[in-house]
Design a protein around this ligand. Structure first.
Ligand SMILES: C[S@@+](CC[C@H](N)C(=O)[O-])C[C@H]1O[C@@H](n2cnc3c(N)ncnc32)[C@H](O)[C@@H]1O
Length: 245
């Protein structure tokens, strides 16, 4: 079954380009054929999600309002049962209908009652009620156009002292600051070009921007295997930061 899902997913990754007049239409066009196999393939590709949620579980206050921007199928909630239970409300925000439907089905089958679904743009989503205590972006920042405005919006949605958690693919600048990982020329050219074919746009400014606007609590720079890519590993980072109180 996993192999069949993989074949379908690989077909879409290789041949389905994002088509449509709007960003939402392009996302839906790209994801609708992959929604059923999304979780099983991404478990082996999106390596930063588990450490991100594990770090946040140690830091989040009980009763938090959590917004997961570009939440996809809501898989992050499977990774942090304690975090999910302890939040007063969780908003899963995404523009791709087919992925959100998987998230809704997941919540229904698990009996989760504190989870809300928003088919909305991360750039403008505003939950009703109190400000957020936690906002996460797992592998969504590289797919969201206007990422700086979106991070600025997230900053405004966060309560003072609130947490932001981001994990994503990235490559370093040619000359990163001391203490940071430096990627080779081939990695800096190759990975962005490879992922851009699927609408995933690396940006060497993501990490510096986060470090500048939030107090860093957790930062790791790692590499993770890409399924079926001959043992090659793509770089990703995990960042948790705090908005000034
Ligand atoms: C690679 S997926 C990651 C999904 C999920 N966070 C995960 O870790 O599996 C990127 C997600 O971002 C969503 N996305 C892209 N642009 C968006 C936007 N402007 N607003 C909301 N969601 C967006 C896509 O629909 C997709 O579900």
């Amino acid at each position: 079954m996993e192999l069949l899902h993989d074949i379908r997913t690989l077909y879409h990754l290789a041949f389905t380009r994002q088509r449509g007049d709007t960003h939402q239409e392009r996302l839906e066009h790209f994801y609708k054929g992959q929604a059923a196999g999304y979780d099983s393939f991404r478990k082996r590709l999106l390596h930063g999600r588990a450490p991100l949620i594990a770090e946040i579980e140690k830091l989040a206050r009980p009763g938090s309002v959590w917004i997961d921007m570009g939440a996809g199928t809501g898989f992050n909630l499977e990774l942090g049962e304690h975090l999910r239970r302890s939040c007063s409300s969780i908003y899963l925000v995404d523009l791709a209908d087919s992925l959100l439907k998987v998230a809704e089905q997941r919540a229904r089958s698990r009996g989760w009652t504190n989870v809300h679904f928003a088919k909305a743009d991360a750039a403008s989503f505003n939950p009703e009620g109190p400000r957020a205590d936690l906002i996460t972006f797992s592998y969504s920042l590289t797919m969201i156009p206007g990422w700086k405005a979106v991070l600025q919006h997230a900053y405004e949605l966060l309560s003072p002292g609130g947490l932001i958690g981001v994990t994503d693919f990235y490559v370093s600048k040619a000359g990163p600051p001391p203490g940071f990982v430096r990627h080779s020329w081939a990695a800096r050219k190759g990975w962005p070009a490879w992922f851009a074919m699927d609408g995933v746009y690396f940006n060497e400014e993501h990490l510096p921007y986060l470090l500048e606007h939030f107090e860093p609590l957790v930062l790791s720079e790692k590499r993770g295997r890409v399924p079926y890519l001959l043992g090659l590993s793509a770089p990703y980072f995990v960042f948790v930061g705090r908005k000034a109180a």
